[in-house]
Design a protein around this ligand. Structure first.
Ligand SMILES: [Zn+2]
Length: 145
């Protein structure tokens, strides 16, 4: 199976029915993680999700420590069976996509509050051209989210 988004073959590829095209989409863990990370628009939301994954990460780590031997997965089923180790790897992939996205969202928030501050300052200085420019930027940001 190949991931329809990035074209890579590999384990952890899940199938999604694409109702619009009547086709089936195959997505690898990394693309699913990327898509999930990109769909999140607020720092609060991503913080909650990261906390959930970190909790899961800790739980899986404990399970793996108690099971030093790899689970015996029948040949040919490796791609389908969810073992603690494969779940753990998926969690790592999700966290690796979510953490940089969190930084992006933080930067956006900072940018927005900086613009708000500049807008107030421009209004105080009666620099209405500048104020209009900043307002346009702020509205542009709203459209994206
Ligand atoms: Zn992919």
């Amino acid at each position: 199976m190949k991931c329809t988004q990035c074209g890579q073959r590999g384990l952890g590829i899940a199938a999604f029915a694409n109702t619009a095209g009547g086709k089936t989409d195959y997505k690898c863990d990394r693309c699913m993680a990327k898509n999930q990370a990109q769909s999140i628009k607020s720092v609060r939301e991503i913080d909650e999700l990261i906390a959930q994954y970190e909790k899961l990460d800790k739980t899986l780590e404990d399970i793996i420590k108690q099971l030093p031997q790899p689970l015996d997965i029948p040949k040919g089923l490796g791609g389908f069976a969810m073992s603690p180790m494969s779940s753990y790897k998926s969690v790592q992939i999700f966290l690796a996509e979510l953490r940089p996205r969190r930084m992006e969202l933080l930067a956006e928030v900072e940018n927005e509050s900086r613009l708000q501050y500049e807008l107030e300052k421009a209004l105080k200085d009666e620099d209405y051209d500048k104020a209009a420019e900043i307002r346009a930027k702020l509205q542009g940001d709203d459209k994206k989210t």
